[in-house]
Design a protein around this ligand. Sequence first.
Ligand code: NAD
Ligand code: UDP
Length: 337
Amino acid sequence: MKVLVTGGAGYIGSHTVVLLIEAGYEVVVFDNFSNASKESIRRVEAIVGKKIVVVEGDIRYREDLAKVFSSHKIDAVIHFAGLKAVGESVEQPLRYYDNNVNGSVVLCEVMSEYNCKSIIFSSSATVYGDPHTTPILEDFPLSATNPYGRSKLMVEEILRDVYLSDNEWKIVLLRYFNPVGAHASGTIGEDPNGLPNNLMPFISQTAVGKREYLSVFGNDYDTVDGTGVRDYIHVIDLAQGHLNALDRIRNFNEPMTINLGTGNGYSVLEMVEAFEKASAKKVPYKIVERRVGDIATCFADPSYAKEVLDWEATRGIDEMCEDTWRWQSQNPNGYII
Ligand code: NAD
Ligand code: UDP
């Protein structure tokens, strides 16, 4: 089975490509390298001991995609390609809608032309907005508070409409909670451009000495210690969720919407403590104002994933922090070598 992985050079994509190749899938990576380095592909090749087929192109450009589909018989697409920075999406909404929404539309059009109708889409827990309660189930009300989140909601809706128009489509919408961690080799991991947006890269860059301290966004939430609580999930567990979905996609008779989380919530300070333990480094922090748009608590009810994908996360926060630290300490400047 040949799988096209859009955004396959990125953080989650590169880890998923490792697992796909190890499981015997044929893989074509498609990426415009707007937020990835070619070094990540070389590292993946070193892990799997194989050359990877990479096509440099943009999902918004029909010709780029047509080139791939005309030269490879693609059976399914795992669609990671997208822009993901919430703050940036507020400043540049049109760029986000063009890249994430228009890009996904063009991808589906070209897939349809080449009669490839199986897609796994990277959605996000952000589509739940500020949930009325936790843990979060898939049928909770949906909302978005920024263009990034809205782009995910829109693509979910578009894919459901695509199915309604043509029931041959097989669609899996995976709503990720907070991906962290890295491959156990320490050779691939998350390499954010410039200032990280997410907690874990910020913690690890502080531990390695690249940043003076972590700003903790508020300690007056209604949580265990006042800091925000999230469901951190190891990127390898997350990647495995895609393989389980791919294995089963043919049997799904309607679009499937599935949370990928652990079901456990940890506060910012609990993550700091776990990271200090894993790295044997201090992570200095300062409590600052709440970040606009943040919610107090967000964690999944992952039981549907267990039921329909036979999937559950197996790696806990110690392993998440140890693997992040191995990647960060071996590659203090990420993929820049
Ligand atoms: P990433 O930025 O590391 O990977 C995305 C990849 O897509 C990059 O390699 C980038 O170069 C590529 N890309 C972007 N626009 C493209 C385009 N128009 N054409 C071709 N390639 C393009 O991000 P990630 O963390 O690996 O996230 C993967 C997907 O998962 C994204 O869609 C993201 O929105 C979603 N997601 C991520 C998180 C998270 O916290 N990391 C959480 C929920 C959902
Ligand atoms: N956070 C923080 N400092 C940072 C980055 C994040 O205190 O520099 C907090 C944030 O307020 C939230 C948690 O860490 O409670 C996770 O934030 P992240 O941006 O990683 O994920 P999201 O909020 O999108 O779930």
